[in-house]
Ligand binder design. Sequence first.
Ligand SMILES: Cc1ncc(COP(=O)(O)O)c(C=O)c1O
Length: 415
Amino acid sequence: MRDLFDRIHENKGPLGKWASQAEGYFVFPKLEGPISNRMKFKGKEVITWSVNDYLGLANLPEIRKVDAEAALEYGSAYPMGARMMSGHTDLHEQLEQELATFVDKEAAYLLNFGYQGILSTVDTLVSKDDVIVYDVDAHACIVDGVRLHLGKRFTYQHNNVESLEKNLKRATKVAEQTGGGILVISEGVFGMRGEQGKLKEIAALKKQYNFRFLVDDAHGFGTLGENGKGAGNEQGVQDQIDVYFATFAKSMASTGAFVAADKEIIDYLKYNMRSQMFAKSLQMQLVKGALKRLDMLRTRPDLKAKLWENVDALQNGLKEKGFDIGTTQSCVTPVYLKGSIPEAMALVKDLRENYGIFCSIVVYPVIPKGLILLRLIPTATHTLEDIQITLDAFASIREKLENGTYKRLSESVTA
Ligand SMILES: Cc1ncc(COP(=O)(O)O)c(C=O)c1O
């Protein structure tokens, strides 16, 4: 019999096998200093395009003050226990009420983390007779939620309403046989390529098909819609979204998440969602911090305006220089280049070391072979100077990519 760890000794996994070459640089890099447009990487200042602090809340003095005062008042323990047992407080309830009002839903429920939270929401909403229909590009947390489902599931092609309809027809047939219902899942904004989910078109299908609609709006909350109420508000269909989810880990610059829906549905989740019933309550520092952050969303529209000024300057600048930024409809700014993985590594190294630009890089197998995706996340803390420096740097690295500089560099490294 094999030892359980034999497989791990032999195969470190699709990403893990690159660890010795990539760790500390391309993966698990250490960005240091206060979260802002400029941070330090390996001791040198870089323009940071890789943190989702969209509104620049992370390091605002008034936010830091509330976080620090809450830590002083409550420590990191309070409240202890799961909400249901001993971890419930007035402030948890207040935050839920304020979040529900903000996203135009009857009720909301706090989640300790976005990932486990939505995974568990999917798990709780369906029984084995129900059918899930979800976008094939859905985030890993949605996929993991679907994995727990004991009944049928169908994927539809990314943001393709025709494909969704085809799968809704299949799902309807199954549900008619099992006596179950249908849950459709989309993201509000797809975080890799920046496209908004086709929420309006999906909601319109409710006229013909009987389904409930769950939207993960991790990247839309805080960045889209009136005061950052999200992608559903932006597209005018928030009332058609039956279950709305957002995390505090992006625009809110914190930890935690929430789900919002009709009160009856939220009550059901409160009494049946395993990840919250059997886990410690969100700690008070995060609750008080989220109340303050939500207040900033409501009262500081200038932060979202500044974010979008930067998004427009960056995206228009890239387009003017002839870069392919795909079909983004959000702050997420992908730049597609053509090249091999070794070329991509040399290019990113050059960007970081010689141009002081830090952005994330995505290559095969996440995107097709031969493509390099540089992903830029503009925030309200960036300046027009940061953007100009970045645009010039990108023009320069593209030239080097095209004239074979990175190919030669990568060959000399491997030779
Ligand atoms: C679409 C989406 N959903 C959920 C999550 C998970 O949120 P959290 O970081 O709060 O666990 C993320 C974070 O990357 C995300 O992009």
